[in-house]
Design a binder for this molecule. Structure first.
Ligand SMILES: [Zn+2]
Length: 404
């Protein structure tokens, strides 16, 4: 029953293989699509619109040098790991996983078989209980990939090639595979990068996009496939110049952008123009080389991105949250995590205000100065009394701030 070279098998065979071992059988659409439960007892998600979730989902973009390793944890302790960095000293995700008490992973996604994404997965698969392993399914013959596949096999880990349309239920949230499609991209600058497994994670009304090392051809395919807005983006390919195209950013309109990148790397990542494009698209950009591990939490109504160092938390409202939606977990921490999910103009710091769309440092300072001189804002509309804020800025702030 074990697969020596899983990628050599047809996709249909792999999916039926998985169907035998997972608690929920795939519901097959168009022959190749499947819905499965990642890890068993996950609650069944509601169909369409905003999904009901309980508690906070945590996403950690780990500080693992020049590579990617992203840990996703549900409030009930289900976990998914996207990539495993290089495995070199100081770049392995294992110390982080162990420090968080992780002994098993419900899902491991290897976005593509480059060493800076799969190098550390050997140790992960060897040490932890992995319930399901998925990758792009492309044939690849490097020693590191072969040894990883041999481990997946010897440890009896269920393997499955990712393909657009697959979806994993995750304690009421959802992990959807958006790429690669049934026919891999070929003839690109890097076919391995271009066929990176791209996933969209939904938690209530919050959307998070994980892109591996996808490049321009992948982004074009995603946009052509109808990719829409998403609140948070794990920036593709360590912020390289070959990704994060204007067309892609215009479609996604990320509010938060996370770059996983090594300090002083040889590739010049992240590319300065790419960072500027992300900022111009309206994203608050954080990066692991200067800010350490980036922790994103969401209750499905708002999302808060917190750097380990070098900056303050930033909170944005999930665009997919309904107008009347409120957070479902008690929170503390005042302006950073307000109970409504909105940033309170009367307690927010200048730095938090500066991160809002259309404000910037100067106007944020003017807001704080106005507050000090005139007392609390009675309504959001009162902001128009502050120098530099007009109707256009007020419109941008709608749904993000409150005065209480
Ligand atoms: Zn990479």
């Amino acid at each position: 029953m074990r697969l020596l070279h899983p990628f050599a098998l047809p996709l249909a065979a792999l999916i039926s293989f998985v169907a035998c071992e997972l608690p929920t059988a795939p519901s097959s659409k168009n022959g190749g699509e499947a819905t499965v439960n990642a890890g068993g007892n996950a609650a069944t998600a509601t169909q369409g619109g905003e999904r009901r979730v309980s508690g906070q989902l945590t996403v950690e973009v780990l500080d693992v040098g020049q590579g990617d390793a992203i840990l996703i944890t549900t409030p009930k302790g289900k976990r998914a790991l996207i990539d495993g960095s290089t495995g070199n000293s100081g770049e392995s995700p294992m110390p982080y996983l162990q420090s968080r008490g992780v002994t098993s992973l419900d899902l491991v996604i290897a976005t593509h078989p480059h060493a800076d994404h799969i190098g550390g997965l050997d140790e992960v698969v060897k040490t932890l209980t992995v319930k399901l392993f998925t990758d792009s399914g492309l044939p690849h013959t490097t020693k590191s990939y072969e040894s990883l596949m041999a481990l997946v096999e010897s440890r009896n880990v269920t393997y499955r090639a990712a393909s657009r349309g697959q979806s994993f239920s995750f304690d009421g949230g959802k992990i959807e595979v958006l790429h690669p499609g049934p026919t891999p991209l070929t003839g690109t600058r890097s076919d391995l990068n271009s066929n990176s497994v791209v996933t969209r994670v939904s938690w209530g009304g919050a959307c998070m996009l994980f892109t591996g090392d996808a490049e321009e051809p992948t982004e074009a395919a995603l946009v052509a496939g109808g990719l829409g807005q998403c609140d948070a983006l794990k920036v593709a390919h360590h912020g390289s110049a070959h990704s994060s195209t204007p067309a892609f950013l215009a479609a996604v309109q990320p509010q938060l952008a996370m770059i996983s990148v090594g300090e002083g790397n040889d590739y010049g990542h992240p590319d300065a123009d790419t960072v500027t494009r992300l900022q111009k698209a309206g994203a608050k950009v954080m990066r692991t080389d200067t800010q350490g591990t980036l922790t994103l939490t969401t209750d499905g109504v708002s999302l808060t991105l917190t750097p380990e160092r070098g900056g303050s938390p930033v909170t944005v409202r999930a665009r997919g949250a309904g107008a009347g939606a409120t957070t479902n977990t008690p929170t503390s921490g005042g302006a950073t995590t307000p109970s409504s999910g909105l940033l309170n103009l009367n307690t927010a710091s200048a730095e938090q205000l500066a991160a809002l769309p259309g404000l910037g440092e100067k106007t944020a300072a003017a807001v704080v100065a106005y507050r000090a001189a005139h007392g609390k804002f009675k309504s959001v509309a009162d902001l128009d009394r502050v120098e530099g804020i007009g109707p256009a800025t007020l419109a941008k702030l709608e749904g993000l701030v409150e005065a209480r």
